[in-house]
Design a protein around this ligand. Structure first.
Ligand code: FAD
Ligand code: AMP
Length: 478
């Protein structure tokens, strides 16, 4: 039966990690579910997975891993007794690998929707009154818009790259994160506006592949939301790798000819100009409500354009929820997915669990930066009494064997109860190590709980154990 005029228990608008996960969970809970998604991939074919799978988490990690291997061969292999002189990069092959991974996963998500009997409506959804949604099909020129009805709607329309007037994206010399995942050669001089997560990850990729990278950041502080100590150490390591990070450098204008971009900036040293071959604009992301028709149905947005929701992701319209990047909170794929699951559970009349105080953050530079909970500066500002334990990877047998000795694990716990308040990691595989901290915090665990847990030897995770011991001044290996 054609979807037109049909009624579903749930219609999800957006098929990114928020939307497709919400749709699967709704279907698992026995709700008839449709997911509207209008993304077209490079070949013009409809694709699920949103920003994360198509132009975000997955392709960026594919390039980070490929470039990491190259960097290892160039800078570290010899130390391991491996001689690989003359290693070269085939960027097009690297991109083709990335594209295959993306395609595999986006097709995989389509398979998951089919398996769970979620109907994928290939188009863009616009809200109509009384929980009706108009779907404008994509990739099928002749098909007219049609309307579906829903008992509940979940808005999961995500975000798009933010733009700034001084650096208009032309998708040739000046690109956003999407363009920066598809350079077909290594730019000799690469400028990046914004030293946030995306700027640092993409800067790392192209720096490793041979670009001379300058990162321009308007703020005077490096990674202000990270723990100060960890951010300071990370900044040093990244600078040593060749990233020219300029803090307090505000881009005020750009001029490009066919060959290069001249960037005008105001910095502590005064007005400056910088010539680069390519410029990446990585100044954050903004909520995507462009096609939703929010104003027409009275859907409330907040002052920054996010769909306004309460703690349970309810909008001001009855039966309409919103999740992921399009609502307040960190713009992270796992946050979007967990909100999606929680909302599905709530719609099915069950308890939806979402712990906003315990969302892991990861920056996939190398070493990686990962944290959960509160930073030392936040605890100080809040007047919370805490104890800190830290352990450097330089003292970890496994890290030494790997040749990855930069960074540390730092655990902050409540002085009175020993409950873990924050864990901050700079180090190899920090993205994986943080999971132990998140689990401990989810169980409201103490530093002593981690200290009493047996960790295999030799592992990077032993640094977590030692840092936990350190909270009570009884680290054994420092
Ligand atoms: P999105 O993934 O943006 O999906 C929204 C979907 O809705 C899109 O597919 C869009 O086409 C669709 N849509 C929009 N409007 C409509 C409409 N009207 N009708 C139908 N469909 C519509 N996060 C991490 O956690 N880890 C990472 O390592 C990471 N790396 C990143 C790297 C880069 C380069 C970028 C850009 C982002 C990265 N992120 C990462 C962020 C992550 O991609 C987002 O937080 C995540 O994708 C948000 O999920 P979402 O479902 O809310 O939105
Ligand atoms: P994030 O939101 O984490 O991706 O980070 C984006 C970064 O871009 C922020 O740290 C901003 O301070 C920075 N930024 C925004 N506009 C400019 C600008 N005109 N010049 C330099 N940096 C900027």
């Amino acid at each position: 039966m054609e979807p037109a005029n049909r009624k579903f228990d749930v219609v999800v608008i957006g098929g990114g990690p928020g939307g497709y996960v919400a749709a699967i969970r709704c279907a698992q809970l026995g709700l008839s579910t449709a997911c509207i998604e209008g993304w077209l991939n490079e070949s013009g074919k409809p694709a699920l997975g949103g920003t994360c799978l198509n132009v975000g988490c997955i392709p960026s990690k594919a390039l980070l891993d490929s470039s990491h291997h190259y960097s290892f061969i160039r800078h570290e292999a010899a130390e391991h007794g491996i001689n690989a002189p003359g290693a070269t990069v085939d960027v097009n092959r690297m991109l083709a690998r990335k594209n295959r991974i993306v395609q595999g996963f986006t097709q995989g998500v389509a398979g998951l929707l089919r398996k769970n009997k979620v109907e994928w409506l290939q188009g863009f959804g616009k809200l109509l009154p009384d929980r009706q949604v108009e779907v404008t099909p994509v990739a099928q020129e002749s098909t007219q818009p049609y309307t579906v009805a829903a008992a509940h709607i979940i808005i999961a329309t995500g975000s798009v790259p933010a733009r700034i007037p001084p650096a208009p994206v032309d998708n040739e010399l000046i690109v956003d994160s999407t363009g920066a995942l598809a350079f077909t050669d290594v730019p000799r001089r690469l400028g990046i506006i914004g030293a946030g997560v995306i700027g640092l990850e993409l800067g790392s990729v192209w720096n490793r592949l041979g670009s001379k990278v300058v990162v321009l950041e308007a703020l005077t502080e490096f990674l202000p939301t990270a723990d100060r100590q960890i951010a300071g150490e990370a900044e040093k390591i990244l600078r040593n790798q060749g990233l020219d990070i300029r803090l307090g450098a505000k881009v005020t204008g750009t001029a490009s000819n066919n060959r290069e971009v001249t960037v005008n900036l105001e910095s502590p040293e005064g007005k400056q100009q910088l010539a680069v071959d390519r410029l990446i604009v990585a100044v954050g992301r903004r909520p995507n409500t462009a096609r939703l028709g929010a104003a027409d149905v009275g859907l409330k947005l907040d002052e920054s354009g996010f769909v306004d929701v309460d703690d349970n992701c309810r909008t001001n319209l009855p039966g309409v929820f919103a999740i992921g990047d399009v609502v307040r909170g960190p713009m992270l794929a796992h946050k979007a997915s967990e909100e999606g699951i929680a909302v599905a559970e709530r719609i099915a009349g069950r308890h939806g669990h979402m712990n906003y105080g315990n969302i892991p953050w990861v920056i996939y530079t190398w070493p990686e930066i990962a944290w959960a909970g509160r930073t030392e500066q936040e605890l100080k500002a809040a007047g919370v009494e805490y104890r800190a334990g830290a352990f450097p990877f330089a003292a970890s047998g496994r890290a030494k064997a790997m040749g990855e000795t930069g960074g540390q694990v730092k655990i902050l716990s409540d002085s009175n109860t020993d409950r873990i308040l924050g864990v901050h990691i700079l180090g190899p595989n920090a993205s994986e190590l943080i999971a132990e901290a998140v689990l401990a915090m989810e169980f409201e665990g103490s530093a002593e709980d981690i200290a009493l847990t047996i960790h295999a030897h030799p592992t990077l995770a032993e640094a977590m154990h030692e840092a936990a011991l350190g909270v009570d001044h009884r680290s054994l290996h420092i």
